[in-house]
Design a protein around this ligand. Structure first.
Ligand SMILES: [Zn+2]
Length: 294
């Protein structure tokens, strides 16, 4: 699946036919497909769709929602939260993986519905507050990339923590995919054992991303370099991400249903994914560097 996705991404870039409106072309159809809500580990639950991952992190003082998803998928997320026995209205804090419409277009509605505090990494704040219009790559493309703007309640900086009811999440700046792309980590207790959870923001160079001589994002290549350094340095037991594809969610869900060991505990899968994505980045960078010299 990963290789197939990487291949498709490479092919689209090669042909110069990257669809303008879709941050991750190969997953487009999956955004809108409902997926069963499920328990991941400890107080973490999956409430996203087949192609887009939202997580509910529950605490005795209310809940944290990671990613609002699209406006059109918000009813699915609300349904998932209810099915798990939690209340959408208990959402106290909303955070995102990064400021692309598939993760944040529904944020204005979530804030309006629940009064949740919206906490966003500094470099993604202008994008969120402009409703996607200032994104370096998709800002001028319009369509789905534009969504209702929403005011950020708290600006996060690299290493800041978000706390609620005994749960502490750390926001790691992993830029490149967006300028404020955020990888979230938290420690959870599972059957008396402490586990490190990582929710990968995105290590992906999307079709059409300019890595060499990008006037709207001059530091993009160095930022991706930083991201891989950070991602490789994180301790990981439970591997999650902004899209289910990152961690093979549908197959792991099937294993979860079958019983046995928790399939989301997958440090080896994490390492393999990050290595695969770093290779893809380096290949694309080398290609663009060679083309720039011609
Ligand atoms: Zn994205």
């Amino acid at each position: 699946m990963l290789r197939k996705l990487a291949h498709l991404t490479g092919l689209l870039t090669l042909l110069g036919t990257a669809p303008a409106l879709l941050p991750v072309a190969a997953q487009a159809a999956d955004y809108l497909v409902p997926f069963p809500a499920h328990h991941v580990v400890a107080n973490i639950y999956f409430v996203g769709t087949k192609g887009q991952a939202n997580y509910l992190i529950t605490t005795p003082q209310g809940n944290i929602l990671v990613n609002s998803g699209l406006q059109t998928t918000l009813p699915m997320t609300k349904n998932s939260i209810a099915k798990l026995g939690f209340k959408y209205s208990d959402t106290k804090i909303l955070v995102i993986s990064h400021a692309h419409f598939d993760h944040d277009a529904g944020s204005a509605q979530v804030v309006k519905d629940t009064g949740a505090k919206y906490e966003v990494m500094d470099a993604d704040v202008p994008v969120v507050q402009s409703g996607g219009k200032t994104d370096f790559n998709y800002g001028e493309k319009g369509g789905e990339n534009h969504y209702p703007p929403v005011k950020v309640d708290r600006v996060l900086h690299d290493g800041d923590t978000v706390s609620l009811g005994g749960t502490v999440m750390t926001a790691h700046l992993t830029p490149g995919h967006t300028k404020g792309c955020t990888t979230w980590t938290l420690k959870v207790s599972d059957g008396g054992k402490m586990l490190d959870v990582v929710i990968v923001g995105s290590p992906n160079v999307n079709p059409g991303y300019v890595l060499v001589g990008n006037k709207r994002y001059p530091g993009i290549a160095q930022d991706f370099e930083k991201t891989f350094r950070v991602l490789k340095s994180l301790p990981v037991d439970v591997f999650l991400g902004a899209h289910g594809d990152y961690y093979g969610m549908p197959a792991k869900y099937a294993r979860l249903k079958a019983g046995g060991a928790n399939p989301f505990i997958d440090p080896a899968g994490y390492k393999a994914y990050i290595a695969d994505r770093e290779t893809a980045f380096r290949k694309e960078l080398a290609k663009q560097q060679a083309a720039a010299k011609r």
